[in-house]
Design a protein around this ligand. Structure first.
Ligand SMILES: Nc1ncnc2c1ncn2[C@@H]1O[C@H](COP(=O)(O)OP(=O)(O)OP(=O)(O)O)[C@@H](O)[C@H]1O
Ligand SMILES: [Mg+2]
Length: 257
């Protein structure tokens, strides 16, 4: 065990000549919350997609706990413990809240989930155990009372929490959160922040993309700042806040706006 859960080396991603991520190297230590911030279009979601296996890097390598994963399909990375949420909420609105969480377990490759979903009320014992585990996950997030409602009937804030619960259902080692507070009023954003913080206290390693600077600065042990796909700064909240390149990257953005 190296103490480094994730290692990214010389990662590049080009889209038809546009350089979305440029020669990026960094590490995520086991047990830390590391934030990735930067203006719109900086390459944050592209980076997540490459780690999760949705987007193939043009070049470079990605290592999870000293195993090279950049050539693996998404489900193998999920089996190895990478889970994520999406910038654009991706829940199954026509399924129940409970079923959404059970799907998260299926993505991690746990047997029995698909049959449990297909069989409906007549669950076998192992399927029942999976449903119980999903229910326990919902209880943790105060959603158990809504377990049998359609996910599409939840409020936006509850859907964001449900997506987080689903990501956790597979018992990941590394949680990639792409803007978990986006679109939430500050009080709900703080609730999500408290959830992330409590997960981390229980040992979860988190890579967090977020524009809510209050959340980033209060939660993160370490912050990586990207601009135009490149690393422009990395360090603690205080170090990054004062960095001249960070200030100009964000000021440049507000001048454009
Ligand atoms: N599938 C794609 N095809 C072509 N270009 C893409 C694709 N995905 C992203 N890009 C481009 O890559 C760049 C980085 O986009 P990305 O979504 O990673 O930024 P981001 O940092 O997540 O921004 P935001 O804060 O707005 O979510 C942008 O210029 C974007 O337009
Ligand atoms: Mg993004």
């Amino acid at each position: 065990m190296s103490g480094k859960l994730l290692r990214v080396e010389a990662l590049n991603c080009y889209f038809f000549g546009l350089r979305a991520v440029a020669d990026l190297s960094f590490e995520v230590k086991t047990g830390e919350i590391k934030a990735v911030i930067g203006p719109n279009g900086a390459g944050k979601s592209t980076l997540f997609n490459m780690i999760a296996g949705v987007t193939r890097p043009t070049s470079g390598t990605i290592w999870l706990d000293d195993e090279r994963i950049d050539g693996m399909p998404t489900h193998q990375r999920a089996e190895r413990g990478i889970a994520r949420t999406f910038q654009n909420l991706q829940i199954f609105r026509e399924m129940t809240v409970l079923e959404n969480v059970m799907v998260g377990r299926h993505l991690r490759g746990k047997a029995g989930v698909l049959s449990a979903l297909l069989h409906g009320p007549t669950l076998r014992a192992d399927e029942r155990a999976l449903a119980d585990a999903a229910m326990a996950q919902l209880e943790r997030f105060d959603l158990a009372g809504k377990a049998h409602m359609l996910a599409g009937s939840l409020s936006f804030g509850q859907m964001k929490v449900l997506e987080l619960a689903r990501a956790l259902a597979g018992e990941p080692r590394l949680l990639l959160l792409d803007e978990p507070a986006a679109g939430l009023p500050q009080a709900e954003a703080e609730h999500v922040g408290e959830i992330i913080s409590s997960l981390n206290r229980d040992g979860m390693t988190v890579l967090l993309v977020e524009h809510n600077m209050r959340m980033v600065m209060s939660l993160s042990h370490d912050i990586l700042v990207l601009n135009n796909g490149m690393r422009i700064a990395e360090g603690t909240a205080d170090e990054v806040r004062r960095h001249p390149d960070v200030l100009s990257a964000y000021l440049g953005e507000s001048e454009d706006a």
